[in-house]
Design a protein around this ligand. Structure first.
Ligand code: CO
Length: 286
């Protein structure tokens, strides 16, 4: 077994998006800060309604998938296909923009804590123009698996095997074979798991702090940072004194060119120009 080391730390940068929602952006803060097939990771977290009330009014996407995971709060998604997704604490929405989607994501609370993530996951060239798709994944359908050394994992995508027993999450069968785990550890507890050798992988710590690597060779990863993992086929992550919560993502790299213009992610400049023309002429989703 080759233990994956912490290869790169990408501290999240404060930014705002939509109509003025305050975010922390780690992956995607620059073109260099991507990890194929992952394009972007935003964390939104605030007790202050001014930071989120403006929401994300109608906007387009083409060429990739957006995965929204609500930790706390209430958000309503509506799109041009007539889907209405009422996301509450613990729910996930997996949206495949494909050739085009126009949607809004608006907070349904006037106060209190809103916290969660939006991940952008790329699609292979041959799937970028497939019909848009949409799936709501209620919290109750996300398995929670107890770890042998303490702590637990919510399995959103892919499969986790603990004590020889596989537990599949609700999202399966995608081309990039993503793993999306939400891990909770008490102080000193360790998450030790095999990860597919060919996958790119990173974790993002949103509570507490962790050390990545086997004892004696571990490197600290502070909260609100994405930690990109080096090659290998296993990972060991240990929570510091306060315990920790982090998401762990892994996916098969596409190894294709990425050309992004705002909410459109294609393979060539010409395809981006086509997306802009399609959007301007009302044909993005046609
Ligand atoms: Co969107």
């Amino acid at each position: 077994m080759v233990m994956r080391k912490l290869h790169q730390v990408i501290p999240a940068m404060p930014t705002s998006d939509g109509a003025g929602v305050r975010l922390r952006r780690s992956l995607g803060q620059s073109q260099q800060a991507r990890l194929d097939p992952f394009l972007m990771l935003d964390e939104f977290s605030s007790e202050n309604a001014d930071d989120y009330l403006a929401g994300f009014p109608n906007h387009p996407h083409r060429g990739f998938e957006t995965v929204t995971y609500m930790l706390d709060g209430h958000m309503l998604h509506e799109d041009h296909m007539g889907n209405r997704g009422d996301l509450r604490s613990g729910d996930v929405q997996w949206m495949t923009a494909g050739r085009g989607i126009i949607h809004s994501e608006m907070p349904q609370q006037l106060q209190g804590r809103m916290r969660g993530f939006q991940l952008w996951l790329n699609l292979p060239a041959k799937e970028k123009m497939k019909p848009a798709g949409y799936r709501d994944i209620p919290a109750a359908s996300i398995p929670v698996v107890a770890l042998p050394g303490g702590g637990s994992v919510k399995v959103i995508a892919g499969t986790i095997t603990v004590n020889g027993r596989p537990t599949p999450g609700p999202m399966q069968g995608l081309s990039t074979e993503p793993l999306y785990f939400d891990v909770s550890l008490q102080a000193g507890e360790t998450f030790a798991q095999a990860l597919p050798a060919g996958h790119n992988a990173f974790l993002y710590v949103y509570e507490g702090d962790v050390a990545v690597g086997a004892a004696g060779d571990a490197r600290k990863l502070p909260r609100h940072s994405a930690g990109v993992l080096a090659e290998g086929d296993a990972v060991t992550i240990t929570a510091a004194e306060e315990g920790a919560r982090f998401i762990l993502l892994a996916g098969k790299p596409l190894l294709e060119p990425v050309v992004q213009y705002g909410p459109f992610v294609m393979n060539t400049r010409e395809e981006i120009e086509q997306a802009i023309r399609d959007y301007q002429s009302g044909r993005l989703t046609a």
